[in-house]
Design a protein. Structure first.
Length: 297
């Protein structure tokens, strides 16, 4: 199978209650999560950007993907992530990257396209509409930082997404967390937002709920139906990249098996394991981490 993954590369400066660290971030987490799933017959094409200064941070993962659509740029953004034990993290960017240059030809060679709105500026609504017009397969869309506005200091705070109905009409599977979901509609309740998103034509809505697991909503016989998976009971030492892991693992397994429950189970398993990964090396060994965890049961 062939997959196209779209999203900005970003350097993460992570600040928690105990220390600071600098790591590859952004689409890096989606890449390594796809790599933990694919086999020798699969190909992962990455549409992203990279600069000379930070190339070494990403190379161990990016060297394992098809590089046709990786674009050199003068600099990629750095985001300062202030992570605490409760609630959403605070995000401040060093700069905002330009929209990526998307491939436009032979798109139907891809079995699925995953768009992760890492910066919120990864692609424009116009670009998404063009992609939808030229592609007949499934488009998976992680709302991510599209849900955050930006102030004069490049600090990102949640803000309603303008014209999200138009974005939604181009999406097959949508992923959002509970805070992001509230930026998609003026409706106050989850149930009403879900119903409105189905009205726009989305086939699946995935709501990630942190340590309470994740819920997949579909429409069956004109009525919403949901599948829920509880989060693993683990001592989390990392809160960065887990949603990205979830999305890539879910999408790969859903495309491969067309089984929502199996895809949800795998996504929760790998996202849970990611919370125990303190270093980049641990993330790169995510598949081994999961195998060791499951073999002990």
């Amino acid at each position: 199978m062939n997959f196209l993954l779209i999203g900005h590369s970003v350097v993460d400066k992570i600040i928690d209650e105990e220390h600071q660290s600098t790591k590859p971030g952004g689409i890096f987490y989606s890449v390594i999560s796809f790599l933990s799933q694919i086999d020798a017959r699969d190909k992962l094409f990455l549409c992203s950007n990279i600069d000379k200064e930070n190339a070494k941070l990403f190379e161990e993962a990016f060297n394992l993907v098809e590089k046709d659509f990786i674009q050199p740029v003068e600099s990629i953004p750095c985001v300062e992530l202030c992570v605490n034990n409760a609630g959403e993290r605070n995000e401040t960017y060093s700069e905002i990257a330009q929209n990526l240059n998307l491939p436009s030809e032979d798109l139907d060679r891809f079995d699925g396209i995953l768009i992760n709105m890492i910066s919120g500026y990864d692609l424009s609504l116009k670009q998404l509409k063009e992609l939808r017009k030229n592609y007949n397969g499934l488009i998976y869309f992680d709302v991510h930082t599209l849900s955050r506005g930006i102030d004069n200091n490049l600090k990102r705070a949640f803000k309603p997404i303008k014209d999200f109905n138009e974005w939604a009409q181009c999406i097959d599977i949508l992923q959002a967390n509970e805070s992001e979901l509230k930026t998609l509609s003026s409706y106050p309740k989850e149930k009403l937002i879900i119903e409105k998103l189905f009205f726009y034509g989305i086939q699946q809505i995935i709501l990630t709920r942190s340590d309470r697991g994740a819920t997949v909503f579909i429409k069956e016989n004109s009525q919403p139906k949901q599948f829920h998976g509880d989060a693993l009971k683990l001592k989390a030492i990392n809160k960065v990249g887990c949603g990205d892991v979830f999305g890539a693992v879910y999408f790969y397994n859903y495309i491969k098996n067309k089984n929502i429950l199996l895809a949800l189970e795998q996504a929760i398993l790998f996202a849970g394991a990611a919370t125990t990964c303190p270093t980049v090396k641990d993330y790169l060994n995510l598949k081994k981490n999961v195998h060791e965890r499951t073999s002990k049961k």
